[in-house]
Design a protein around this ligand. Structure first.
Ligand SMILES: Nc1ncnc2c1ncn2[C@@H]1O[C@H](COP(=O)(O)OP(=O)(O)OP(=O)(O)O)[C@@H](O)[C@H]1O
Ligand SMILES: [Mg+2]
Length: 292
């Protein structure tokens, strides 16, 4: 979730709480309770083993089909890499999954039962889909700790208890995240002083604070040093133990080191799908992308 979305969510929450009428004692649940239930990731139905399901999704911009009958399924705890030439529709696909862009046609489901096309962007983030954009969007003038603290406070638990001081459980969560993203030594440094790679990790940490089940990373290693790229590969493999991930990248060494399965997008649709070795050996993939 970006700071923009976090702020928007917090503002909407405060407004809702202010407007909210007191419950009667016999009431079994109001709109907020119902909303919290829907947004509770515990209720994500993955009985078919899929966390994400796209079918026949298309979107046009001024008559240009950026996404063209795209179908894609991501399994629970899968780490899927998406590759393809510039303009293939990779970022647009993420925009559709996260509610930033509405497709013209098609079906997009989170688990078996949540129709993502009926939710707004901020609600999709709260449903358990975390997205990191290419450019780090941390609060530069806040410390690593403060950025994470803010992200934890904006977490979906906020719907039931809006606090300004982290409780014990949240503190433990913060410590665990800091270990995962390798920023323990920089905890009280201002984020603006971090390297580009460290800012990317901090933003991933801020995503983790939202306890997402599905994480989308758009070109996470662009601009990173080789060492940072290696550490990011380790981080992705670590995250895979408890999340599903979709990673868009042009760095093939990185893709090879992390991918379970690779999907090649070309002109808004799936050109090939399989192991890294399979897509690498596919003549069409070599022609439109890898051979360039
Ligand atoms: N909001 C928009 N309005 C108009 N055209 C758009 C919009 N978003 C994307 N496009 C176009 O859709 C196509 C797909 O763009 P997209 O950014 O998804 O590609 P990509 O695969 O992420 O490429 P890259 O590897 O360069 O990041 C491009 O031709 C792009 O110009
Ligand atoms: Mg892109």
């Amino acid at each position: 979730m970006t700071p923009d979305l976090m702020m928007e969510g917090t503002e909407r929450l405060t407004k809702m709480q202010t407007q909210r009428k007191p419950n009667s004692k016999t009431e079994s649940g109001d709109r907020q309770a119902a909303f919290s239930r829907v947004l509770d990731p515990e209720h994500l139905d993955m009985t078919h083993g899929q966390i994400l399901y796209l079918e026949d999704v298309s979107v046009s911009f001024d008559g240009f089909k950026a996404i063209n009958q795209l179908s894609l399924q991501i399994a629970k705890n899968e780490l899927r890499c998406i590759i393809g030439p510039n303009g293939a529709g990779k970022t647009t696909m993420m925009d559709i999954i996260t509610g930033k862009t509405r497709p013209d046609t098609g079906v997009v489901f989170f688990g078996s039962t949540i129709d993502l096309l009926s939710y707004k962007e901020a609600d999709i983030a709260r449903l358990g889909i975390g997205r990191k954009f290419q450019k780090p969007t941390v609060f530069e003038n806040l410390s690593v700790f403060e950025n994470l603290e803010l992200a934890i406070q904006c977490n979906k638990n906020v719907w039931s208890s809006f606090r300004f001081v982290l409780n014990g459980e949240q503190k433990t969560q913060l410590e665990k995240i800091v270990e995962t993203i390798h920023l323990k030594e920089r905890l009280h440094d201002v984020s603006g002083l971090l390297s580009h790679g460290q800012k990317q990790w901090l933003e991933i940490g801020m995503l983790l604070a939202q306890s997402p089940q599905l994480i989308l990373l758009d070109e996470p290693v662009a601009g990173m040093t080789d060492h940072e790229t290696e550490r990011t590969a380790q981080l992705c493999l670590e995250l895979k133990k408890s999340h599903s991930l979709i990673v868009v990248e042009h760095d093939m060494g990185f893709v090879q080191s992390i991918a379970d399965k690779v999907t090649v997008l070309h002109e808004g649709r799936v050109l090939a799908e399989g192991s890294f070795a399979q897509v690498q050996a596919n003549p069409q993939v070599v022609e439109v992308y890898l051979g360039r």
